[in-house]
Design a protein around this ligand. Sequence first.
Ligand code: PEP
Ligand code: MG
Length: 765
Amino acid sequence: MVTRRTDDLGLTGHAETALRVIARRLRQIMSEPGDGQQRLDKIVRQISGLMVAEVCSIYFKRQDGTLELFATEGLNVDAVHATRLNRGEGLVGLAAETAAPVNVPEAQEHASFSYRPETGEEVYHSLLAVPVQRGGIVLGVIAVQNQTPRQYSDEDVEVLETTAMVVADQLVSGEVAGTGADEELGRQLSVTLAGDPISDGIALGHVVLHAPRVVVTKLLAEDVGEEGRRLDTALRELRQSIDDMMARETVSHAGAHRDVLEAYRMFADDRGWAKRIHNAILDGLTAEAAVERVHNGTRVRMLRQNDPFWRERLRDLDDLSDRLLRVLDGRMDTSRLAANMPEDAVLVARNMGPAELIDYDSSRIRALIVEDASAQSHVAIVAKALGIAAVGGIRRVVERVSSDDPIIVDGERGEVHVRPSQEVIAVYADKVKFRARRQQQYKALKDTPSVTKDGALIQLLMNAGLMVDMPHLDESGADGIGLFRTELQFMIASTFPRLEKQTATYLSILEASNGKPVVFRALDIGGDKALPYLRQPKEDNPAIGWRAVRLALDRPALLRMQIRALLRATAGRELRLMIPMVSIVEEIDAARELVRLEQKRLLDRGGEAPTNVLVGAMVEVPSILMELDALMERVDFISVGSNDLLQFLFAADRANPLVASRYDPLSVASLRALRRIRFAADKYGVPITLCGEMAANPLEAMALIGLGYRSISMAPAAIGPVKNMLLSLDSERVRSFIEKRMEPHCTGSIRDDLRRFAELNSVEI
Ligand code: PEP
Ligand code: MG
């Protein structure tokens, strides 16, 4: 096997030579004439010779999960294409299942050993098997065997792993075509990942990584010394960038963010880590390939740890390696590929804020996949506003795709098909056609009055936030805009929009609304809605931090400028202004006072005033439920923000898929809260709307009608399906159905009951 003479660094020239010779020979084999099978035969011959192993075999995975022997040096040739190991069978199967090397000096004594007489392998004792992987998917296994029992060294493992990387590369680039392995590969690489639907729609496109992983294409160093120097420079730059980040004011105090950076720094300063990468370079790899190999090795070791601390650190290590690769690649600062984005981009991100999504050219984005996002997170809301299909809650999706992979995003079912087969593409092409037909049907309902079977008139309003939303008002047949999220305009701007700009924007929105009512919500910034130009302190819990009306009242100049712009834009019309995140009634008083001051200022200057100014409150913080009477006396209308209300009611972060779906909006607890608000509004004759995501789901909208809501506001694409539902609904029947399930001792979710109700009563949900 590869033996090494140890020098000062604990390294030898021998392994470097073995690796370099293997690389040169592999390159040569690929350039020689011959078919795929001949190439594989040559590869196993070369590797067995260079690694001084009596046997070298390559197995590729078949679609049914079996591992077929594709080439061997040393085992019986008749076994090639005849021996198929079942999933997980034998030590080779073990390497494939665990996606990790298997290294045993006495293979036949190992519990997983499986004897296949046709191979003639009984004479071999030791075995080293490593997986052939691409994009986190095991494609096959390369194994070497020796007659003498021996423990293969770490260097042997590294040499075989590097060979496996090269073989995977050749396989993917089609250079072993003709063996059937490449067609197989196409199928192997197809995976379906299940997540949560967070924005409706179906899209076929190509992967664009939001914070792209650098794909290492050049594996072998031409000048080892130069690669070592590149690594040193990059490590210095990486450490410097982390120090800079930590020195920034926003992270210089304690908090979760700082802990993450401390962990980064711990890894980045770890001399063992740097030394292992240097060692890999001395083995003949480029700095990038060395980072990747050490990363993979460390990853496997960390995954073996049961200690949750190390599992958590794994993500830091992933990020740190990505950063180092980006430094080496010279694209530290360009996390976005905007310039080279394909026309059918499917963005894939670990996490993403709404501003980051808005940063992209949305005309090129077909769909979005965000690991850490739920349907109520702001990025999902922006995706809905932009009509981008989105799926959230898929663990480690970033590691499982590569840039440019073809991909299908099913925002209806919450599924993602990576590198789909032709059959799957055909099914989805049909689905897209079907959806288009259904959209036509909804469109046909556009002018149908939204009245239930028993004559209850339901006002269907639309949520909006950008100019691009405005054409949907007519297309959807919405009665008006129940929620205009003004912050989105601020988020897409690179500097704070001044008075003139704000006035012009609001005016164009009013003009585009063609006389239909528009409810403008005052800036709801803070939380995950950060403005790039507004300095905000780093907060441990931004959702319950300095946001919305809290920020606006502390910085009244901001809110006053917005009110001024709104008063000017609505001159001669009615202004409906809604205050977000009201927790105590005094906040409404304070906001009203600012409105009064601005109205006075306008009149004092002889400006044209709106015909009427209505001030409303969002009901989305549970504390206000304890002051509903006082609130109703102070407002002209209310709108229930069920997204925030339910996250605070259940103390479940709306953006965290681990908890966001744990509590059902159709649970008795939330329905009681919603009913209580509606009772209070009715008692004081205050108009009430609900504008959270609940309104967009036909089943949940049915429950709202049952609770007495007669006005709901939703993403424009939901208006057709919700109208279709209510046309087939008897509101009185659903009301009494729900009432019976809200008796004092009732608990839990009534979702299943409501589904059965809909089915029995032919309600189209
Ligand atoms: C809500 O909280 O339900 C709401 C409509 O506001 P946003 O989603 O913008 O926080
Ligand atoms: Mg809200």
